[in-house]
Design a protein around this ligand. Structure first.
Ligand SMILES: [Fe+2]
Ligand SMILES: [Fe+2]
Length: 708
C-alpha cells in the first residue's frame, strides 16, 4: 500500500514538474500548423515543451478534428505530417490462372471490422490457418476491413474500441493475420470509405501480403472468366436472396460477370441466375450494435471456391456446331462451394491479447527510449481501473486531454489494451482489455476428428411428363457411384401424377394412370447397386392418392429394394448424428428464391432445428446459410412444363452433391461442400415415351455431337 502511494506520487511529480508554457488549445493549433510540412517528434516536443507521448495524444485530437495527420518511423525519430488528399488507386486487372485441370481455388471473406468490439480476430486467424492447411494461397477480402468511424454522439460510438480510422488502419496493419505464401486481394467497403484517408492504399503500402484492388468494387479474371467483387453500400433485407437477385437482374448481359462476390451484407447465399453465379460473402465479426438495431441475422464464416473453367478448345468447337446459342456462353464448367461456418462468436475476443503475434514496437527518440516508454505505459496502466472516470485520472496526475489520450495510445502500443468509453450515465470512463483464452480452432478437413458423408440430392423428376429429364438423373447417379456415394435423397414429385381438374393434362403426360406411372418408375428409375434412395412424396405423387387412394412410392419401394419411402411431404433423417430435413411444400413459388425456406426455418422450434434443410417443389437451385442451418432449394429433373410456361416460372434442371464434414466429438458440421450441376436448355433432350435404355443412347449421341 505504502509503496503504491509512493509510486503514484512519483508519477504526479513527473507531470507537475513539467513547465506548461502553452494552453492546451494553443498546443493543438501549433501542432496542426507545424504538421503542415514534415516535422519530427523531437522538434514538436522541443517547441511545445511536451513529452513524446503527449504528441501522440495531440495527433489523435487533431485527427478527430478532421486533420489527416500521419506518422512515419525513421531510424532515429518519428516524422509527423498532414497527408491531406486521398490517393487514387491505379486500375489493375489481375488474371489468375487455373491449374492443369482447369481448376482455381480461393477463399472469400468479408467484413472483419477491425476496431469494433465485435471483431473476431481468432476466427480470422483460424480461417487463414485452414487456408494454409488446404494449400490455398489466394484470399479475396470483400470490404469493410475496418470498423469505420461514428460521431461521439452516435449510439454506435461506444461499439468501437479504436474510434479513429487511422488508429483502425494501424491496428489492421499490425494485427490482421498473415500466413506465409498467402496473398489477400481486397476491396474496401462503405465502412472503410467513411473517413478522409485512403484505407486501401495505406494497407497495401504497409502489408506486402495484401493487394488493393479498388474502392467498393473490382474485377479480376480467372483464365478468361470474369469475376466481379463488390461491397454493398445498402443494408441487407429480410429476404436473404433479394440483394443478389436484384444485382444480377440489374446488370446488362455484357456487364454480367461469370462470378460475382458480394460482400458486406453479413449473410451467405448463392444465386444462379442468367448464367451468372452470385455469392454473398458472410462476415468475419460478431453481431455489432449497428447490426442488432437493423435486425436480420449476421452469418459468420468463410467460403472456399473451387472453380473449374471450360476448356477453350471445346468452346470453339461448340460454337461452330449446333450448340451455338444467342446467349453469352457460360465460361465456368462447375463451381464447388465449401462453407466454413462459425456458429459461435465471443464478444470479448477483441480483448484477447494472446492472438496478437507481437505488440507494436515504437522507437521513441532521445532520452525516452523503448524501455522507458514501456515502463511509463505500465505504470499508468496499472493505475487505470475498469469503469473509472477519466476526469479523476486527469486530476490525479494533473493531465490535460492530449496527455491523457497520449497515455492511452502509448498503453495500446505496448499491447496494454485500454480505451475510453461513455458509460450509461454519459460519463467518460476507462475500459480495460483483459487477456482471454478463448479459441475458435476448427479441426482440419482431413483430421481424424472429422467424419465425411456425401449425398446426391435430386427432386421433381415428374416422370411420365413429356418434358422429363431422366437421362440427366441417370448421369447424376452415375457420378454418385464413381464418388462412392451410398445415400441419394429425392425430394418428391417423382411422377407427374394426374390432375383431373386440369383439362390439358393428358397432353402433358405419356402415361396417365396409377399403374402405368408406377410401373414406369419401377422399370426406369436409375439403379446402382450400393446406392439407396430415400424419397418423400410431393403434391404430384399425391394426385393418385386423391384420385384412386393409391400411393405410388409405397408400391415403388415394394418392388425396388434400393428405394426407401420415408415420408409424405416431409421427413427428418438422422444420419451420422446430424439431422437432414427433406421438405416438399405445396404452395406456389414466391418471387424471391430464399423466401419460402426462410419462412419454413423460422417456424421450426429451436430444439428440432435440422442441420441441413432441403426443399424440393420450387424447381430452382438456391443455397444459403441461415440461422446456422444449411438450406438448399433443389433444382428439378423436368424441362419447363406448360404450367410453368404459362405462369412464367423459371426452371432449373439438375441436381447437386453435398459433402458434409461432421465433427465426431461435437456432432457439428464443420464444413459443407455443395456442388450443383445445372443443365442448360441445350443439354435437355426429348424423352417422351422412351424407356431408360433408349434415353441413355440418345444422351450419348448428344454428348458425342457436343464434343465433335
Ligand atoms: Fe415439382
Ligand atoms: Fe411439387
Amino acid at each position: 500500500m505504502e509503496e503504491k502511494k509512493k509510486k503514484n506520487n512519483n508519477l504526479e511529480e513527473e507531470n507537475s514538474n513539467e513547465k506548461k508554457v502553452f494552453t492546451e488549445e494553443e498546443k493543438i493549433n501549433l501542432f496542426i500548423q507545424m504538421t503542415n510540412s514534415k516535422v519530427s517528434l523531437t522538434k514538436i516536443c522541443e517547441t511545445l515543451n511536451i513529452k513524446e507521448y503527449e504528441a501522440l495524444g495531440l495527433k489523435k485530437i487533431a485527427k478527430d478534428k478532421g486533420y489527416n495527420i500521419v506518422t512515419n518511423q525513421t531510424d532515429k525519430d518519428i516524422i509527423f505530417y498532414n497527408q491531406g488528399e486521398i490517393k487514387d488507386v491505379e486500375d489493375k486487372m489481375i488474371v489468375f490462372n487455373t491449374d492443369e485441370n482447369n481448376n482455381f481455388k480461393f477463399i472469400a471473406v468479408s467484413n472483419p471490422l477491425l476496431g469494433n468490439k465485435a471483431q473476431q480476430l481468432s476466427i480470422i486467424k483460424d480461417v487463414y490457418k485452414q487456408a494454409k492447411s488446404m494449400g490455398i494461397n489466394t484470399i479475396f477480402l470483400c470490404g469493410n476491413l475496418t470498423a469505420g468511424t461514428y460521431k461521439m454522439n452516435d449510439e454506435n460510438y461506444d461499439s468501437l474500441f479504436i474510434s479513429d480510422q487511422e488508429g483502425q488502419v494501424d491496428y489492421f496493419i499490425e494485427n490482421y493475420p498473415r500466413e506465409e505464401g498467402i496473398t489477400t486481394y481486397f476491396i474496401t467497403g462503405p465502412k472503410d470509405n467513411k473517413g478522409k484517408i485512403s484505407v486501401g492504399t495505406r494497407i497495401e503500402e504497409a502489408r506486402p501480403d495484401m493487394v488493393y484492388l479498388g474502392a467498393g468494387n473490382a474485377e479480376v479474371k480467372i483464365d478468361d472468366a470474369v469475376m466481379k467483387i463488390m461491397s454493398s453500400k445498402q443494408k441487407k433485407t429480410y429476404t436473404t436472396s433479394y440483394r443478389s437477385e436484384k444485382k444480377v437482374k440489374s446488370l446488362r448481359s455484357e456487364d454480367k460477370p461469370d462470378i460475382l462476390l458480394y460482400g458486406c451484407l453479413n449473410q451467405a447465399d448463392h444465386v444462379y441466375l442468367r448464367e451468372s453465379d452470385t455469392y454473398t460473402i458472410p462476415s468475419l465479426c460478431a453481431t455489432t450494435k449497428e447490426m442488432e438495431s437493423q435486425d436480420g441475422a449476421n452469418t459468420v464464416g468463410a467460403l472456399i471456391f473451387d472453380v473449374n473453367i471450360k476448356k477453350p478448345e471445346l468452346e470453339k468447337k461448340k460454337k461452330s456446331r449446333k450448340y451455338r446459342d444467342n446467349k453469352k456462353t457460360k465460361r465456368t464448367e462447375s463451381i464447388k462451394l465449401t462453407t466454413i461456418p462459425y456458429y459461435k462468436t465471443d464478444k470479448n475476443d477483441y480483448k484477447n491479447v494472446n492472438i496478437i503475434d507481437k505488440t507494436k514496437k515504437i522507437i521513441l527518440p532521445n532520452e525516452v527510449n523503448d524501455e522507458l516508454g514501456k515502463e511509463r505505459a505500465k505504470k499508468y496502466f496499472n493505475y487505470i481501473k475498469n469503469g473509472k472516470s477519466i476526469d479523476e485520472f486527469k486530476n490525479k496526475f494533473h493531465m490535460n486531454d492530449s496527455e491523457l489520450f497520449g497515455i492511452v495510445e502509448l498503453c495500446n502500443m505496448y499491447g496494454l489494451y485500454v480505451s475510453v468509453i461513455r458509460n450509461n450515465k454519459n460519463e467518460m470512463v476507462f475500459e480495460k482489455g483483459l487477456p482471454k483464452n478463448l479459441k475458435f480452432e476448427k479441426p482440419y478437413l482431413n483430421s481424424n476428428d472429422i467424419v465425411v458423408r456425401e449425398f446426391l440430392v435430386v427432386a421433381d423428376n415428374h416422370l411420365c411428363n413429356i418434358h422429363q429429364q431422366l437421362g440427366i438423373c441417370y448421369e447424376l447417379y452415375e457420378e454418385a457411384k464413381i464418388r462412392g456415394i451410398e445415400i441419394a435423397l429425392n425430394g418428391g414429385d417423382v411422377v407427374d401424377g394426374n390432375y383431373k381438374n386440369r383439362p390439358s393434362y393428358p397432353k402433358q403426360t405419356f402415361y396417365e394412370g396409377f399403374d402405368d406411372q408406377t410401373e414406369y418408375v419401377i422399370r426406369n428409375y436409375p439403379y446402382f447397386p450400393g446406392i439407396t434412395t430415400k424419397v418423400i412424396s410431393g403434391n404430384h405423387d399425391k394426385t393418385h392418392d386423391f384420385n384412386d387412394g393409391a400411393t405410388v412410392l409405397k408400391w415403388v419401394a415394394k418392388e425396388r429394394k434400393d428405394i426407401e419411402y420415408v415420408g409424405i411431404d416431409r421427413a427428418d433423417l438422422d444420419i451420422d448424428g446430424i439431422r437432414i430435413r427433406l421438405d416438399h411444400p405445396g404452395d406456389g413459388s414466391a418471387d424471391a428464391l430464399s423466401y419460402a425456406s426462410q419462412k419454413s426455418l423460422e417456424r421450426i422450434n429451436a430444439g428440432s432445428k435440422p442441420n441441413i434443410y432441403i426443399t424440393a417443389h420450387y424447381h430452382k437451385w438456391y443455397e444459403m446459410l441461415y440461422n446456422n442451418v444449411f438450406a438448399y432449394s433443389a433444382p428439378c429433373l423436368c424441362g419447363q412444363t406448360n404450367f410453368e410456361m404459362t405462369h412464367k416460372l423459371r426452371t432449373m434442371v439438375g441436381g447437386f452433391f453435398l459433402k458434409v464434414y461432421i465433427n465426431k466429438k461435437t456432432g457439428a458440421i464443420e464444413y459443407i461442400e455443395s456442388d450443383p450441376r445445372i443443365y442448360e436448355e441445350n443439354e435437355w433432350i426429348d424423352e417422351a415415351g422412351l424407356e431408360l435404355d433408349e434415353i441413355i443412347q440418345k444422351r450419348k449421341k448428344l454428348i458425342k455431337n457436343k464434343v465433335a
